[in-house]
Design a protein around this ligand. Sequence first.
Ligand SMILES: [Zn+2]
Length: 306
Amino acid sequence: MRVMNDSLFTPVDPEGIRRFLFEGAGVRGVIVRLEHSWRQILGRDDYPDNIAQVLGEVTAATALFAGDIQLAGHVSVQLKASPLLPLVFAECTAEGRMRGLARWGEDAASRSLRPDELPGAVLAITIERQESGTRYQGLVPLEGDHLARSFEAYFAQSEQLPTAIYLASDARTCAGVLIQQIPAEGGAERERDAITFEHAKILADTLQAEELLKLDATELLRRLYHEDDLRLFDAHPVRFQCRCSRDRVAGMLRTIGREECFSVLAEQGQVAVTCEFCNEHYAFDGIDLEQVFASDTLNAAPQRAQ
Ligand SMILES: [Zn+2]
């Protein structure tokens, strides 16, 4: 199935990312629930169930991170666990545009993808903050019985913030919850926040994957924290949208080089590039390629008119 690479045609998850706060305590959270955007990502390839599960959890975690930085930048997560999972990738922009993909090895579909059974596997989390233009990348090894443990380890290591993360995914929905204790000024506040965080985590630990996938943010918070005073912020919509374009592909062809591109053209009659995220097809014939490399040939012989 080929889907148009145009945001006008991709349905939105209006409640994709929702932040919340425990009133009077330095504990905040994010709830993510992606349906349309997740199904768009999932529909781009014929993913075996266990690979889809990992991709869904990585996608939900990426949206949680974007929510945690209040969509003030661009977040991407890469999981590398060769040879079974050479790449699982998801990305969320400040505008809530998601894309993602996974590549898997030959016998990965029949194997366990439990993090602690993937030796040498790593997660790379990259956050580019818009306002400061800074880029930070954190690397954590995959460990424990669930992917969420490695994301928690990332926060413990890079930001030293106690953080609890819950992730779930099926063929319809991917979802997640993040709960985090934020830095406090004084010792007394820190102690109060630590108690609130523990309380929030103990209750969230009772969450079943089914509940995470089925309940919306309001219901989920009511189910967990009906005795607490919470503030639920406005929702941030999320949609599937690829960042590819003909211009970007042209840029990539320039990095490959004139010689290589024209040799492909001679062999195949065109240079065809299909975006792995959205399956959009870009084809360049001889005239197109001359245009792509036009700046290289400014001082060379005059080009033929089109
Ligand atoms: Zn694309």
